[in-house]
Design a protein around this ligand. Structure first.
Ligand code: NAD
Length: 356
């Protein structure tokens, strides 16, 4: 069985069939609960329930999408746990994408001052990113992850088979975080990933992406220093994601927003951190070719800056970015001015892009 040790818990690969039951038995839980959203109930739940004791669990379901990552849904989960008489020796299994793992992790870390939880991530994005490292959270007024905890799961089970039912757009969303892992810490991985099968990244590529993220979070579990490198693309990306959630009928996925954010922050990296013009071009071309271009009107810039000012990564009212010095190396705590951030958005807006 392939396994990686994380901060305080194991990450198991393709071993639900052989290991989930034993894990639950070893924990001597009074009862366990499986949290799904409407899509993972349909596509992933049976894979789990067919392998565990039907008398030992209850099901909790939320609607799918970022709109569910709110305090209201969290209260809904707490109330369901209360209704099911969940005690402090209960286990919550979060079966879903980053919304389910972030929200379920937050609900579990606060219910009765904290119950155990495990993640079974079912999207590419949650496998390579959201389930690893212990960040839990909810949004308020579409301000991303503004409330949350650092609480580590008891285990993470990565199962490549879940990606079979994932829509192509969601595969691409996860791919953005994989590409980011190469950009911030491993140029060889970036090179390999760019030319691989981007329609369904292999188990091996998923594994390597998790290795990169895990190494970073192990070194800095609560984001005091090194872990900030993971925020490359996320200052502008999160602002675009929040803006899109508020304004678009079909909002950007997390990965689409981060991809646009990475182009802007690569431009900032070129201006402020020594990233070469060639590397900026390579990053821009790669993300444009996979994600196309989001229409960011100049009239939206003040609103985007307003969102960035509320970003939880800021310090003393200053907007704090993680920028690339070259592909594979990142510099943290680079303060960016309003003008610089706007200019990076203008760079993005100026890019020529012809949809295929
Ligand atoms: P998501 O959870 O909304 O899932 C995307 C869609 O895929 C949903 O409609 C979901 O129902 C569906 N889905 C999930 N698994 C499926 C499957 N196997 N087959 C078919 N459909 C399936 O989104 P996401 O992209 O997984 O996660 C995004 C969230 O993760 C954001 O809220 C982001 O802030 C968060 N995040 C957290 C961290 C962290 O460190 N905690 C890191 C990165 C992102």
């Amino acid at each position: 069985m392939k396994q990686i040790q994380s901060i305080s818990y194991p990450i198991y690969f393709d071993s639900i069939a052989t290991h989930l039951n034993q894990f639950i038995a070893d924990g001597k839980y009074s009862r366990f609960f499986i949290l799904t959203d409407e899509h993972t109930s349909k596509h992933c739940l049976e894979y789990i329930t067919s392998k565990v004791d039907p008398d030992k669990y209850d099901l909790l379901e939320i609607s799918a999408g970022e709109e569910s990552k709110t305090i209201d849904f969290c209260i809904g989960i707490w109330k369901m746990l209360i209704d099911f008489d969940a005690d402090r020796n209960s286990l919550l299994i979060n079966l879903g994408g980053g919304v389910v793992t972030d929200l379920g992790g937050f609900a579990a870390s606060t219910y009765k001052r904290g119950i155990d939880f495990i993640h079974i991530p079912t999207t590419l994005l949650s496998q390579v990113d959201a389930s690893i490292g212990g960040k839990t959270g909810i949004d308020i007024d579409n301000l991303k992850n503004i409330i949350g905890t650092f609480t580590q799961p008891k285990a993470v089970f990565i199962e490549h088979t879940f990606l079979q039912t994932l829509p192509a757009r969601q595969i691409k969303s996860g791919l953005a975080e994989m590409l980011k892992h190469g950009l911030i810490a491993d140029v060889a991985y970036w090179e390999k990933l760019k030319v691989s099968n981007l329609e369904l990244p292999s188990t091996e590529l998923v594994y390597e992406s998790i290795l990169i993220k895990n190494k970073v979070v192990m070194a800095d579990p609560t984001e005091r220093g090194l872990r900030k490198i993971l925020n490359f693309g996320h200052t502008i990306g999160h602002a675009l994601e929040s803006y899109s959630l508020d304004n678009d009928k079909n909002p950007l996925t997390h990965g689409e927003a981060i991809a646009a954010g990475m182009i802007c922050e690569a431009w900032l990296s070129h201006q402020k951190a020594g990233l070469s013009a060639e590397a900026l071009q390579e990053i821009t071309d790669t993300f444009l070719s996979i994600y196309g271009k989001y229409d960011v009107k100049e009239s939206c810039h003040p609103m985007l800056r307003g969102i960035m000012k509320k970003d939880k990564k800021n310090q003393g009212g200053k907007i704090n970015c993680s920028l690339l010095t070259k592909i594979g190396e990142t510099q943290i705590d680079n303060i960016c001015t309003d003008d610089e951030l706007c200019d990076s958005l203008k760079y993005y807006a100026s890019l020529a892009y012809e949809p295929a």
